[in-house]
Design a protein around this ligand. Structure first.
Ligand code: SF4
Ligand code: F3S
Length: 106
């Protein structure tokens, strides 16, 4: 499965949802997640993310392993998103800021 990680938080560009053949992205207030039970590992979304926030489960950067579980959990409660929308207003400012988990809104 593929996993959305830290740098998506407060950026949420949503380019990723447009290419997913199985529509398995779910949307929270400032972050997106992938449902691991639905993801077919096609890898199409990974290069689409302007924030480089999407990784294969076995390539999640060190220290960001917590996102594997978070994607799984939050996909159960957040609504499905299948169409691209505007990035978050301060996306550019937040791109590359480390440890954004503290800002994650559920
Ligand atoms: Fe969707 Fe493919 Fe990305 Fe999985 S790897 S979330 S199936 S686009
Ligand atoms: Fe997030 Fe990147 Fe998608 S910033 S919403 S994972 S395009």
């Amino acid at each position: 499965t593929f996993v959305v990680t830290d740098n998506c938080i407060l950026c949420k560009h949503t380019d990723c949802v447009e290419v997913c053949p199985v529509d398995c992205f779910y949307e929270g207030p400032n972050f997106l997640v992938i449902d691991p039970d639905e993801c077919i590992d096609c890898a199409l979304c990974e290069p689409e993310c302007p924030a480089n926030a999407i990784f294969s489960e076995d390539e999640v950067p060190k220290g960001q392993e917590v996102y594997i579980k978070l994607n799984e959990e939050l996909a159960q409660t957040w609504p499905n998103i299948t169409e691209m929308k505007d990035s978050m207003p301060d996306a550019e400012k937040w791109d590359g800021v480390e440890n954004k988990l503290q800002y994650l809104e559920k």
